[in-house]
Design a protein around this ligand. Structure first.
Ligand code: ADP
Ligand code: ASP
Ligand code: MG
Length: 405
C-alpha cells in the first residue's frame, strides 16, 4: 500500500465528463489499496476568465482581492470531484488551502508555502477517505487567502507530498510526460523516460511550463519522487529524479523556449566604475527582475553599451526608467525590443562534453538565424533571437542535437 498524491491540471478537469474520468482514475488507485490525496486546478480557462473580470473592473489589480477571486476556481473543482467520487460510493472530502493549513508568506499572487499541517489529511486517510485539496492557494499568518502564481497547483501537490511523506507525486496533464521540446512547437519531440531535477529546473525556468518551477525546487529539496503523466492516455510518463549514470550519455535533455522576455539597451554610456549599478539599481528598486545581461566596451574604452532582458510585463516600465537613467548618465540613447524569444539547450551531459555551443551556433547560422544575446551556465546555453524564428529555431536545434532519433 502506497500513499500517492495526484494532481490534475485544468484540461484534465475541463468539464463534467473529465471530472468523472479523474474520479475513475482515483478509484482505480483506491481499489489497488493505495491511499490517495488529489490536488486539482480550476477548470481550464477559468483562472483566465476570473482574471479578465478583475481587469474589466480595474486594470490596476488589487493583489489581495485578486487572490480572493482567483482562488474560487479551484474551490469549484474540489467540490465537483468529491461529488463524482460520492456518486460511485467512495468517501471523499474536499478542502480549500486554508482548511488544510497551507501556510504561506503574505506576498499576494506569488506566495511561497512555508508550512503544511498534514494532521487533518492523515486522519481522513486513516479513515479510508479520499482527500481532495484545492491547488494554487494558501493562507497567510493573518488568515488572508493567497495564491502561488500561475501553474501553482503543481507546487501544492509537491508540497503536500513532502509534508505527508508520500511515496510519489503524480502530475496528470494533457501531455504524457516531459518532452525533448514543447510538442506544440516541435511535433517531432520525444517523451523522456527520465530527467534529472537539475535539468527539469532549468527547463522550467527557461520556459517549459509543463511544471511550475517551484514545484521542481520543492521536489528536489525534499526528495519527492515526481512523475508527469497524461490524464487521457495510459503510460509511465516521465520520472523526475536524481542523476543516474545511464543518463550521462544523453548529452542534451531538451530544448526550452520562452516568449515572455523583452530586451533593453542603453548606448554610449561614459564608462566608469559603478555604471552597471547605476543602470540596474533603479530597475531592481522598481521590483523588476533582470534575466540576461551583456556589456560591451567601446574600442577606446571611454564608453560602454549595456543590454539586458526583463519580463514582457515590465517592459514599458523598464524603458521609462532607462530613459531617465540615460539622461542622468549622459548616455547617447536607449533602445527596446519586445519581439524576441529565448531558446535554450539544456542537459547535464554538457559538463562532460565539449562542442555543444559550437554545434548550437552553427545550426542557427545555417538557417540564417541571427543571435542577439547569449548566456550560459554549466548545464544550459540560451540565445535570444527575433520572435519570428521561434519555431524554426526550436526545430533546428532539436534536429542538430538528434533529439528526434
Ligand atoms: P496543466 O493545466 O495540466 O497544468 P500545463 O498547460 O500547465 O498543463 O502544462 C502542460 C503543457 O506544457 C503541454 O500542453 C505543453 O504544451 C507544455 N510544454 C512546454 N514544454 C513542454 C515539454 N518540454 N514537455 C511537455 N510539455 C511541455
Ligand atoms: N488555476 C491556476 C492557473 O491557471 C493554477 C494551476 O492551474 O496550476 O494558473
Ligand atoms: Mg500547469
Amino acid at each position: 500500500m502506497a500513499l500517492i498524491v495526484q494532481k490534475y491540471g485544468g484540461t484534465s478537469v475541463g468539464d463534467v465528463e473529465r471530472i468523472e474520468n479523474v474520479a475513475n482514475k482515483v478509484i482505480t488507485n483506491r481499489k489497488a489499496g493505495h491511499q490517495v490525496v488529489v490536488v486539482v486546478s480550476a477548470m481550464s480557462g477559468e483562472t483566465d476568465r476570473l482574471l479578465a473580470l478583475a481587469q474589466a473592473i480595474n486594470p490596476d489589480l488589487h493583489p489581495r482581492e485578486l487572490d480572493v477571486l482567483l482562488s474560487t476556481g479551484e474551490q469549484v473543482t474540489i467540490a465537483l470531484l468529491s461529488m463524482a467520487l460520492h456518486k460511485q460510493g467512495w468517501d471523499a472530502r474536499s478542502y480549500t488551502g486554508a482548511q488544510v493549513h497551507i501556510l504561506t508568506d503574505n506576498v499576494h499572487n506569488k506566495a511561497r508555502i512555508r508550512d503544511i499541517d498534514g494532521a487533518r489529511v492523515k486522519k481522513d486517510l486513516r479513515e479510508g477517505k479520499v482527500v481532495v485539496v484545492a491547488g494554487f492557494q494558501g493562507v497567510d499568518e493573518d488568515g488572508n487567502i493567497t495564491t502561488l502564481g500561475r501553474g501553482g497547483s503543481d507546487t501544492t501537490a509537491v508540497a503536500l507530498a513532502a509534508a505527508l511523506n508520500a511515496d510519489e507525486c503524480q502530475i496528470f496533464t494533457d501531455v504524457d510526460g516531459v518532452y525533448t521540446a514543447d510538442p506544440r512547437i516541435e511535433p517531432r519531440a520525444k517523451r523522456l523516460n527520465a530527467i534529472t531535477f537539475e535539468e527539469m529546473l532549468e527547463m522550467a525556468s527557461l520556459g517549459s511550463k509543463v511544471l511550475q518551477i517551484r514545484s521542481v525546487e520543492f521536489a528536489s529539496k525534499y526528495h519527492v519522487p515526481l512523475r508527469v503523466l497524461s490524464s487521457f492516455k495510459e503510460g509511465n510518463g516521465t520520472l523526475i529524479g536524481v542523476e543516474e549514470e545511464k543518463m550521462e550519455d544523453a548529452r542534451i535533455a531538451g530544448i526550452a523556449h520562452h516568449r515572455d522576455e523583452a530586451k533593453l539597451t542603453i548606448l554610449g554610456v561614459p564608462d566608469q566604475p559603478g555604471v552597471a549599478y547605476r543602470i540596474l539599481g533603479p530597475i531592481a528598486e522598481a521590483n523588476i527582475e533582470v534575466d540576461m545581461i551583456i556589456q560591451n566596451i567601446s574600442e577606446d574604452g571611454s564608453t560602454t553599451d549595456f543590454t539586458f532582458t526583463v519580463h514582457k510585463n515590465d517592459y514599458q516600465k523598464s524603458l521609462q526608467i532607462l530613459e531617465t537613467i540615460a539622461k542622468d548618465l549622459g548616455a547617447e540613447r536607449t533602445l527596446g525590443d519586445d519581439k524576441i524569444v529565448k531558446i535554450s539547450v539544456v542537459g547535464v551531459g554538457m559538463r562532460s562534453h565539449a562542442g555543444i555551443a559550437s554545434t548550437m551556433f552553427q545550426a542557427l547560422a545555417k538557417e540564417g538565424i541571427n543571435i542577439q544575446m547569449i548566456s550560459t551556465s554549466e548545464i544550459k546555453i540560451s540565445v535570444v533571437v527575433d520572435e519570428k524564428y521561434l519555431e524554426l529555431g526550436v526545430r533546428t536545434l532539436h534536429q542538430a542535437f538528434h533529439l528526434d532519433e
